[in-house]
Design a protein around this ligand. Structure first.
Ligand SMILES: C[S@@+](CC[C@H](N)C(=O)[O-])C[C@H]1O[C@@H](n2cnc3c(N)ncnc32)[C@H](O)[C@@H]1O
Length: 276
């Protein structure tokens, strides 16, 4: 069987093979070829007739993608907030909407002020890394209940040279955090237990996705902790349909509540601020 094709033809063949699994097959085929050839987009566009060897590695990538495995796990990398992070199964692939969580935090706190900030459910560490870069006066504590996720976070934090700034702790929410906090940030698991999942989510850890019967378990526990510890500022991502449940839980507490939307105009998170 022939295994070498002109680049243009190879691109079309890959796009056709992965069409069912990929939302943007052509774009993903380009990404695969860039990774395969070690080239950039410009080279790809300007060398349509270059011969491409469709070797075992490229074929295995195509097989895995056809089985709906996310490209980020296949290449062990993800682009988030314009930076590249290591990722592997065991840690959630950071999503574009979580960049908004970071923006909301950065709007709430002066960039150079000293503060202790905790991220509950640190996952790959991407959120904490960006916050550490943008908030030079912040000491950051990242907690996670998942040891595989903490290993991924460790790798990213070390790669960005931030191990002095971000401390990782294996902890069920804030159990292992005794010191007073100025800010709590979280993108908790908030998917309802019986929600039908799109195939790529099957590859991601349940612990990172599911938040109990209605998806509210971890969010409610976090709100309880914020109240109990009187944390002045809590910024949290949530599901598009959880606004009412969050409002019911926060109403009557000593905190102001504000919601924010994602780029599709859907409710995506909330900010709790201590009134006192
Ligand atoms: C939706 S992921 C977010 C990961 C990362 N912060 C991000 O935004 O990409 C939720 C994370 O919370 C962690 N987690 C779930 N339950 C937890 C708990 N009870 N205590 C601490 N971490 C928890 C999961 O292991 C997972 O890493």
């Amino acid at each position: 069987m022939k295994t070498s094709y002109p680049l243009r033809e190879c691109l079309g063949r890959i796009a056709a093979e992965i069409a069912e699994a990929a939302q943007r097959p052509r774009r993903e085929a380009e990404l695969m070829l860039m990774e395969h050839l070690g080239c950039d987009q410009l080279w790809l566009i300007t060398h349509p007739d270059a011969p491409v060897e469709c070797d075992g590695r490229l074929q295995s990538w195509i097989r895995r993608r056809k089985a709906y495995e996310p490209l980020e796990y296949i290449f062990n990398k993800v682009s988030f907030y314009s930076q590249t992070f290591f990722v592997e199964p065991g840690a959630l692939i950071p999503r574009p909407e979580t960049e908004l969580l970071i923006d909301r935090v950065l709007e709430q706190v002066p960039a150079d002020s000293e503060m202790t900030l905790c991220e509950a459910g640190v996952g790959s560490g991407a959120v904490s890394v960006i916050l550490a870069q943008r908030l030079p006066g912040a000491k950051i504590i990242g907690v996670d209940i998942s040891k595989p996720a903490l290993r991924v976070a460790r790798k990213n934090i070390d790669a960005f040279g931030l191990s002095e700034r971000i401390e990782l702790r294996h902890s069920d929410l804030l159990e292992a955090v005794r010191e007073p906090l100025d800010v709590l940030v979280s993108n908790p698991p908030y998917v309802a237990r019986d929600a039908p999942l799109e195939p790529p989510l099957d590859y991601e850890p349940d612990l990172a996705l599911f938040g109990g019967v209605k998806g509210m378990d971890v969010i409610e526990r976090l709100i309880g902790t914020v109240e109990q510890k009187c944390i002045p500022l809590f910024v949290c991502e949530m599901g598009y349909d959880q606004r009412e449940a969050v409002k019911r839980r926060v109403d009557g507490t000593a905190f102001d509540l504000e919601f924010y939307k994602d780029l599709a105009g859907l409710d995506r998170g909330f900010i709790m601020r201590y009134k006192g």
